[in-house]
Ligand binder design. Sequence first.
Ligand SMILES: Nc1nc2c(ncn2[C@@H]2O[C@@H]3COP(=O)(O)O[C@H]4[C@@H](O)[C@H](n5cnc6c(=O)[nH]c(N)nc65)O[C@@H]4COP(=O)(O)O[C@H]3[C@H]2O)c(=O)[nH]1
Length: 709
Amino acid sequence: MNKLATLDNVFQYADIDSPEVKLDRLAHLLSQAPVTIYTCKPNGVFGITFLSDNIKDLFGYKAEEFLHNPDFWINNIHPEDRDLVISGMNAIHAGKSLLRKYRFKMKNSHWKWIRDRARLVTDQSGKPIEIIGAWTDMSELIQIEDALRQSEEKHRFLLEQINAGIMIHAPDTRVASCNRQTCNLLGLNEQQILGKVAADFECAFICEDETPMRFDQFPANQVIRQNKAVKNLVIGIVRSDLSDNRWVMANAFPEFNDEGEILNITVTLIDITEHVKSQEEIHRLAHYDSLTQLPNRFLIHERIDQAIHSSRRENQSFALLFLDLDNFKIVNDSLGHHRGDLLLQQVSDRLKDCLRKGDMAGRLGGDEFVVLLPNTGADGAAHVSSKIIEAINAPFDVEEYLLNIGTSIGISIYPNDGLESDTLTRHADIAMYHAKASGGGRNCFFDSEMNARIEYRLVMERDMYLALDQHQFQLHYQPQIDLSSGKMVAVEALIRWPHPQRGMISPAEFIPIAEDSGLIMQIGLWVLQRACRDIKTWLAEGHPRIKVAINLSLRQLQNPQLFAQIIDIIDETGIPPACLELELTESVMMENHDVTLDFMAQCRNFGINFSIDDFGTGYSSLSYLTKLPLDKIKIDRAFVKDIAKDSDANTIVSAIISMAKSLRLKIVAEGVETEEQLNYLKECGCDTVQGFYFSPAISYAMLTQMINP
Ligand SMILES: Nc1nc2c(ncn2[C@@H]2O[C@@H]3COP(=O)(O)O[C@H]4[C@@H](O)[C@H](n5cnc6c(=O)[nH]c(N)nc65)O[C@@H]4COP(=O)(O)O[C@H]3[C@H]2O)c(=O)[nH]1
């Protein structure tokens, strides 16, 4: 541009009232100038009166072609621009210096854009003399402008097409421009964005951790503060028109001038909502239980760890509740898993209803739940657990059933009962076990003695596995004597465990642990095998046939394979089934009544006998006595023990005996230790007795000697 002479310079020359020689010099100068000077007549006559020599360079015409034809100039102006030039004359006559752009047809018939700057020249009285003007070739400029416009359009097009919001902020962080995608992301129109700082937009912004975004955290503000680019900022956009937040990844780049000052800041916003949602979904699947939507084991431990962290820092305590539903298994087994699932969902809803904001309920799996109570001590834990017990005790409406279950809750308190998540959970679990063992439907706080007991149980379990593996168990037999003949007619098989380190351990101690752990299945099977093999040997050695009574546990009866296992053993040993008598306690018979009845009927058909153990201590429902395929009743030794001194016990014993007789059931009294007890039982008509008075349980070898003196 600066190489163009200005028209004012030219006018200076033109104004000079100069001699001929100076005009020549002027003409020469004008021909060198990058503009073409012309004069034309005023008053709307377009005849050119003067042209500088470089006219040929501009249009390809000679000056004469303009000078000899008054219409030449106006006729060669592009028809679309001609009116503009004609109307411009009025303005010129009004004294304005006019700048206009139009197209002129060149000698080669192409159109050329020119800039025409013209003004009126008057004499001293103000009378118009002529119009003087300068034409400048605008081709190059127009080309540059075209290129610039095209480039801008392309730029704009790209900005609109690009799947990212782009905002240009001025150095004061106000938005100078933005593309359509920015509007889409923010849910605002351009007017609501341009000229404003982001903090004033009509939508709210949150940080990655979902806390409200502070003024200094906005990308452009961070750039200003740090004087450098900001990368990969995750920002949530909270829009009133959407229920879910939009999430964007923001990058902000400053542009500096030569002095190092920020000229503008470009902020790009990439929509990562889908990505964030899928991340959230992955997180949800990994951290929440799909049935109840409660936190799962993984998240529970994460939250306990957080509670430990903050409680340690703030010197606070918190409580962990371990819940196990009472009777859930019965519902699940008898009404099906679908109803079991519905029940668990309702349980989780009730649990949540019992908790305050900040507390957490989670599901460990099955019917086990955990509740975390931050900033809570023993009193608070007791209060919440009572509330939960009450809530779970209320009947559940599951499809067409009204179900009654309950829950047992174990409680551990940080830091007294443990400093780590695993320890606290284990201790709450142990306490829950105690709550359950004491009847369920209650809570129990952990104490360190429980731990010792649990550890003892764990050691016992491990040792029982070893005992099975290393054949440490033995089977002893306690004789049962027929009172009319005085002969041994049967024996009760009783397991013995001479522990290599602890010495003889009573079955009363290890059998309940074996029942809890399920090991009773293997131990019970071993007892059956051992007893049948011993019977086989006695029979093979020609000893008289002897009946062996074997105790069965509830867990064994729950094994659907039990009948098949017994038959296999009988087949394998070839003993008469009638040599076996299975002893079930009253409570075992009543539990899972139908299954037990089926099992008993199958065995009975096969020739196996049954007796009720510990009769009188359980339900003592007489009606079931008539329904069960029983052969014998065993009077519990607690009654036998008190025969001599307690008239109530005497009454009970004689009543049991006469009732059994009327039902044609045999009777065996256990725990007979004295002659007095024996005589009373004889008087009452008892058939058989068992007890230390005759013999304790003895080894196979000793019994063999006894059978065959
Ligand atoms: N004070 C006293 N006690 C007497 C007398 N006569 C017998 N006993 C004891 O009374 C228990 C009778 O067995 P139970 O009631 O079936 O009670 C058994 C039974 O429930 C269970 N058990 C023992 N062996 C087995 C087994 O092989 N399988 C299963 N499932 N349980 C078993 O362990 C319990 C305890 O067995 P043991 O310690 O062998 O104790 C035996 C026996 O030694 C007596 O005159 N006075």
